[in-house]
Design a protein around this ligand. Structure first.
Ligand code: BEZ
Length: 177
């Protein structure tokens, strides 16, 4: 490992579907941020007329978001970021964030964040409204429910407790039952 190592931090679909080769995978956390289903999805889990909801990171000094960091080979990184820029073109931008592993390694990472000023941002809503939107949305990448359930399963595997995600999962499962 060196100071020039290239890491990408994933807190959403990158946890369960990275779609790229990597050299190393580490559970990692970013302090001062929290995961929220506050970003609209026009191109993956919904449509422009009926957007779905996907996660973004929201700044909150009282919170820490745990996800996964991947170390990329320098040769492959450029292509991987180009592909992710395309896949996440619906309002996300790259941000440099410091992530910490459970053994206190500090990783300089690139993270994709959809900030509140982007055109697809939806922001907070009551749990019932979020759940209904996710339960009913579908887009070119599939049902919005699949995104939520895959994320919830991946967080359980990592033993990450995320009340926002798990409460949404429970509500959506109730709506579907
Ligand atoms: C992620 O899993 O980190 C991610 C979330 C939204 C857009 C791009 C990546």
């Amino acid at each position: 490992m060196s100071a020039q190592d290239i890491w990408i931090f994933g807190y959403g679909s990158l946890i369960w579907r990275p779609d790229f080769d990597y050299l190393e995978r580490q559970t990692a956390s970013v302090a001062g941020w929290t995961r929220r289903f506050w970003q609209g999805s026009h191109d993956h889990r919904g449509t422009p007329d009926e957007p779905g909801r996907v996660v973004t990171l929201i700044e909150d000094s009282t919170q820490t978001c745990t996800g996964v960091a991947y170390r990329l080979s320098a040769d492959a990184a450029h292509k991987i970021f180009d592909a992710l820029d395309h896949r996440e073109k619906n309002g996300y931008e790259r941000l440099e964030l410091c992530a910490t592993t459970p053994t206190q390694r500090q990783l300089n990472t690139i993270t994709y964040v959809a900030t509140p000023d982007n055109f697809a941002y939806l922001g907070p809503a009551p749990l019932a409204a979020l759940s209904a939107q996710i339960a009913n949305s579908i887009g070119p990448s599939g049902p919005n429910t699949e995104y939520l359930f895959e994320l919830a399963d991946a967080l359980r595997t990592l033993e990450v407790d995320d009340a926002h995600v798990f409460e949404l999962e429970q509500q959506v499962r109730t709506l579907l039952s």
